[in-house]
Ligand binder design. Sequence first.
Ligand code: 3PG
Length: 390
Amino acid sequence: VIKMTDLDLQGKRVLIREDLNVPLDDDGNITSTVRLDAAIPTIQQALDKGAAVLVMSHLGRPTEGQFEEKYSLAPAVKYLAEKLSAPVSLAKDYLDGVEAKAGELVVLENVRFNVGEKADDEALAKKLAALCDVFVMDAFGTAHRAQASTHGVAKFAPVAAAGPLLVNELDALGKALGNPERPLVAIVGGSKVSSKLAVLDAFSKIVDVLVVGGGISNTFVASAGNEVGNSLYEEDLIPEAKRLRDTTEVIFATDVRTTKEGFSEWNHNSVTEVKQANEIQADEEIIDYGPDSAARAAEIIKSAKTIIWNGPCGVFEFDAFSKGTEVVARAIAESEAFSIAGGGDTLAAIDKWNLADKVSYVSTGGGAFLEFVEGKELPAVKVLEERAKA
Ligand code: 3PG
């Protein structure tokens, strides 16, 4: 692909697609700035090269064709204005042209307000392309979506290039998956086997050890013939869990932390009990790894040379249920191995214990990270490759 870093951007109008889809609380405050912080070096570089910079992104999943305040990029723009040394503004109407001077940043309001964005509409893609001399795709987190602002625009822009963040993401994932230093250990947590089945399957073919956590682990606990009480698990995927265990070394909980409290009662001081996996009662629910299982996972992580982490070991949002995830997260952080972490929950866990600087690479991708790991082609990257060949 053509790289932004190789281009002369002096006096050019550069349209950069970023993934500024940040989590917001009910008051519109940004709860994780990871994606913004990752986009800033790209934007600053384009500004420093003397470009007039337009940045576009989606936020959330609004209804097409109408503006809705809660999906506005305004909070992201405010943050960028604080961090960048350049004038920053937000443009609501931009499809027929935008005023921007060299050294200035204009953020285009949520691209998903535009009719045709999600359908990768050609007329919309052409309008976006007409705004610039150079289009830069930098939104790794949205590279798995073939939409007008990620894919269509790249077909019609005068020049289409990959931004430094996108390049770094692809390099880091390529390093971990392509020809990794071994042992390669993957940690896959989260609530459901079904939503991660393709990832588990892909990992089972390449990793030396697969550590599973959360509800995924529960299905494996059940697959070993244990009663799991009220725990979240998927009975119909027990055969899949058995198949994975037959082909790969899979680590799942052998001791667990349980609670009898219902979901609505959960809090930081919830009452829990540690049990062996074969002692779970009908009125109990597994909410975390037990200490022995967490220690065993940590040992395996310590022996790894490459680590890929996606998903927690328990309901770590509540302190009472967070020990297992914390032990695993700290083991990853303390490891000398090349470690890569991705996914929204995973980033929240990294934030909770302040470990971002200790993981070799923190990916901004959620769905895109998973699709890349599954070996799927990312359409927004593929179009850049095709343009570079043409
Ligand atoms: C993400 O958060 O994974 C990306 O920003 C993509 O968002 P989407 O799933 O709404 O397309």
